[in-house]
Design a protein around this ligand. Structure first.
Ligand code: UD1
Ligand code: CA
Length: 437
């Protein structure tokens, strides 16, 4: 292990009882990405951390599966039973046995933390030469958080949990954000001394503060500037609130970069979507996953872009259109009521209202591709049964079901011939009156 890099320990073993869910808390998604994914991304985006240890417990198998698939830079360690945050960090001891240096401890349920903040936090810790730094924040309503208790000279004394706090301590508005930097060699030995004689009968990580001060080690608090970043998810209500906060942050950033968002309140855009300037997002648009959208596009109202969309410039994605895992090149229109999935659309393509790419074979459970080349047009209400290609400037007529490739400049039509019965309505009426069928 490299000595100069920082390691992270991510706490994700807790039960998350208040989520009232079968899904482990840290796997609840915001825009299809689990909460833990946000924390892993923030940690790796610092560029300072080369390895994370995720402490798993409740729903361990599922969480470990996610971590393994999500990143190569994290390992999981099991905490069973879950005996508190102090016990959880201690579980990382063996994996970090050879490591000498700084360990960042962070909870897996704080998806709004930003890499820049973590960088500043770690750098401050190192520059101060502290053995331990705890991130704190000043909250108007500090209820339920651990309180930062200071000495008269303002130096750190200890952290007291809400459940163990006296009425005086409960008045303190500086809270423990639950993110720490620890010098491993100095602090980890103290975990052996933790006791669980507190209101919850748990080994509190927070007791490490008093323990290290007692040993004469340097412990400091780093006061967070933007309290939103440590918003923790404990319930479905918090999950919705975090989504709102994240969305507001993303939309403000996009607008600063020149994207027009008509109603930021109703346009949900995942932070992993990039959008070019002068693109307009109309109300009630939902964009999740990783996508790129070019400049001068018009998206929505009521459009759904699901993941893996690569959309060029000057593209129109209109109302009630769903796009998934598709390339749509510049100057192409998908204006109304369509589904475009696993497809490649060239330039200057026009997709008629109600066109569907039928990409899924429910028997073989496979997905196949639809390719629509430059200048091709689909008639309204046509179904393109993948795998299928419509070549350059080809057309299909309204209501057609396209099951074979269509050559360049050709028209494909599967419509049954139109038959018109003169005076049919009058005849039907007369028959009805005489009792005939
Ligand atoms: C903890 C802090 C509190 C702080 C708050 C910030 C302690 C004792 N208290 O309280 O001072 O203000 O976070 O949000 O640390 N976990 C495990 N194993 C366990 C218990 C918890 O991995 O045995 C994980 C949880 O999954 C969670 C994190 O640790 O990600 C925090 O646990 P939680 O029970 O939510 O602690 P709080 O009561 O919020
Ligand atoms: Ca918590």
């Amino acid at each position: 292990m490299k000595k100069d890099k920082v390691k992270a320990v991510i706490l994700a073993a807790g039960k998350g009882t208040r989520m009232k869910s079968d899904l482990p808390k840290v796997l609840h998604p915001i825009y299809s990405k689990p909460l833990l994914g946000y924390v892993l991304d923030a940690v790796s985006s610092t560029g300072l951390i080369d390895e994370s240890v995720v402490v798993v417990g409740h729903g361990a198998e599922e969480v470990e599966k996610f971590v393994t698939e999500y990143t190569d830079d994290a390992k999981c360690v099991l905490q069973s039973p879950q005996r508190g945050t102090g016990d959880a960090v201690a579980k990382a001891k063996d994996i970090l046995a050879d490591f000498k240096g700084t360990v960042l401890v962070i909870c897996g349920d704080t998806p709004l933390i930003e890499a820049e903040t973590l960088i500043d936090f770690i750098t401050t810790h190192k520059n101060n030469g502290s053995a331990l730094t705890v991130m704190s924040a000043i909250f108007d309503n500090p209820t339920n958080y651990g309180r930062i208790v200071r000495n008269p000279d303002n130096s750190l004394k200890c952290i007291t949990e809400e459940k163990d706090a006296s009425p005086q301590v409960k008045q303190i508005k500086e809270i423990n954000a639950g993110i720490y930097c620890l010098e491993k060699e100095l602090i980890f030995p103290l975990f052996n001394e933790l006791k669980c004689n507190n209101a919850q009968g748990e080994y509190y990580l927070t007791d490490i503060i008093a323990a290290s001060i007692e040993k004469g080690l340097k412990a400091d608090a780093y006061i967070l500037k933007n309290n939103e970043e440590i918003f923790g998810i404990n319930s479905k209500i918090n999950l919705a609130e975090a989504t709102k906060i994240l969305n507001k942050r993303t939309n403000l950033k996009l607008m600063t970069e020149g994207v027009t968002i008509v109603d930021p309140e109703t346009s949900y855009i995942s932070p992993e979507t990039t959008i070019g300037k002068d693109t307009t997002i109309f109300p009630n648009v939902y964009i999740s996953g990783k996508n790129t959208i070019g400049s001068h596009c018009k998206i929505g109202p009521f459009a759904h872009i699901r993941d893996g969309a690569q959309i060029g410039d000057n593209v129109r994605i209109g109302n009630f259109v769903e796009v998934k895992k598709s390339v749509i090149k510049s100057n192409t229109n998908v204006s109304h009521l369509s589904y475009i999935g696993d497809s490649e659309l060239g330039e200057h393509v026009n997709i008629g209202a109600g066109t569907i790419t039928a990409n899924y074979d429910p028997v073989l459970k496979t997905k196949t591709k639809t390719i629509i080349k430059d200048g091709a047009n689909t008639g309204s209400n046509s179904v393109l049964v993948a795998p299928v290609t419509m070549h350059e400037n080809s057309m299909c007529a309204a209501g057609s079901v396209i099951t074979k490739d269509v050559e360049a400049n050709a028209l494909a039509l599967t419509r049954s011939p139109l038959r018109v019965f003169q005076d049919w309505v009058t005849a039907r009426l007369n028959r009805g009156k005489s009792g005939e069928k």
